[in-house]
Design a protein around this ligand. Sequence first.
Ligand SMILES: Nc1ncnc2c1ncn2[C@@H]1O[C@H](COP(=O)(O)OP(=O)(O)OP(=O)(O)O)[C@@H](O)[C@H]1O
Ligand SMILES: [Mg+2]
Length: 246
Amino acid sequence: MLKIQNIHTRYGSVPVLKNISLHVDRGEIVCIIGANGAGKTTLLSTISGIIRPYQGSISFMDTLIHRMSPDRIVKMGLSQVPEGRQIFSPLTVLENLEIGAFHRRKRDGKKKIRQDLEQVFELFPRLRERSGQLAGTLSGGEQQMLAIGRAFMARPSLLLLDEPSLGLAPKLVETIMKTITILNRQGMTIMLVEQNARKALSISHRGYVLETGRIILQGPAADLSEDAEVRRAYLGRDYSSVTERS
Ligand SMILES: Nc1ncnc2c1ncn2[C@@H]1O[C@H](COP(=O)(O)OP(=O)(O)OP(=O)(O)O)[C@@H](O)[C@H]1O
Ligand SMILES: [Mg+2]
């Protein structure tokens, strides 16, 4: 579904991504783990067209997308939930969700969009209760739910999530992770960037480890959880709670 070949990305003259190749197959949850500054967000922004790679290629559903505008890439079915939420603060929860479905209005019609809205409210009942509230006044966790809900409203076939658990209480992290698996079971393919390696690996099929702009390890999530280097660098000492995907 997504195929990245030998991507190099720079900010000015500073290289950030160095010869990255990876793929995501339809139906998978694939996680990217790595420390602060490893290049995870840069990788997602390169995929979604916000940053242009200076070398290499990216194809999505057999179409080259690395020279396309972010808008066209979204229309092809690839949506990103950016790091730090980035919801529209002066708009209400409902308006934010409607904006998510904006480019589908003609294609799918109001009824289909209403059904999807209903599903977002079922996944996150808190958003239903607060549908008329200004998004900027939501709590951090509620804003994160809204950001995921808004991306869902675009009905992407591939959803890119940048640190969805950042700064959330453990219980809410569980809710977000559960929601990701539910969306995946419904047929959404997911690429997940996380510093919380334990959580990410527990719900993913496969993973890649990014270190200073290079992929240093890759494999099935269960194998990565067992890898000595991953355990030392990303799982800390208490790795007993890494569970296999159910
Ligand atoms: N717009 C920019 N201009 C210049 N350098 C940048 C820019 N954005 C990111 N960088 C640098 O590129 C490197 C990778 O940043 P990136 O945001 O991709 O890391 P990350 O893995 O997402 O980190 P984090 O876990 O902290 O979110 C960092 O050294 C960062 O300082
Ligand atoms: Mg980041």
